[in-house]
Design a protein. Structure first.
Length: 94
C-alpha cells in the first residue's frame, strides 16, 4: 500500500494528529515505519490535493516537549473522507 493511502486511513475528520502520531499508527497497523522526511512529503502532497487539512498548534504543554517549538497537526478533509468512502485509489476505510 502506498504511504499516501496509509496516511488517509490513519486520519479522521474528528481529531487532529501530529506527524509522529501518524507514523506510529502506520507502524502499528502495517509494520512499516516511514521516515519522517517521506511522511512529511506525502502529507504535503495530500494537502495540495485537498485530501487533508493542517494547522499549526500552540498548546503550551505539547510545546514543552519540543523545546517551545510549535507543531503541525493534520486531519482528513471532506474530500479525503469521500475518497475513503469511495475506495478511491485502492484505499479502503478503517
Amino acid at each position: 500500500m502506498r504511504l499516501k493511502d496509509e496516511i488517509l486511513i490513519t486520519l479522521s475528520r474528528k481529531e487532529w494528529k501530529g506527524g509522529n502520531e501518524i507514523r506510529e499508527e502506520i507502524h502499528k497497523r502495517s509494520g512499516r515505519k516511514p521516515s519522517i522526511g517521506s511522511l512529511y512529503v506525502a502529507l504535503e502532497r495530500l494537502g495540495e490535493e485537498g485530501l487533508i487539512g493542517s494547522l499549526w498548534g500552540y498548546d503550551p504543554e505539547k510545546m514543552k516537549g519540543r523545546g517551545g517549538m510549535r507543531y503541525r497537526e493534520f486531519r482528513l478533509s471532506e474530500a479525503g473522507e469521500h475518497q475513503l468512502d469511495r475506495g478511491g485509489n485502492g484505499v479502503k476505510s478503517k
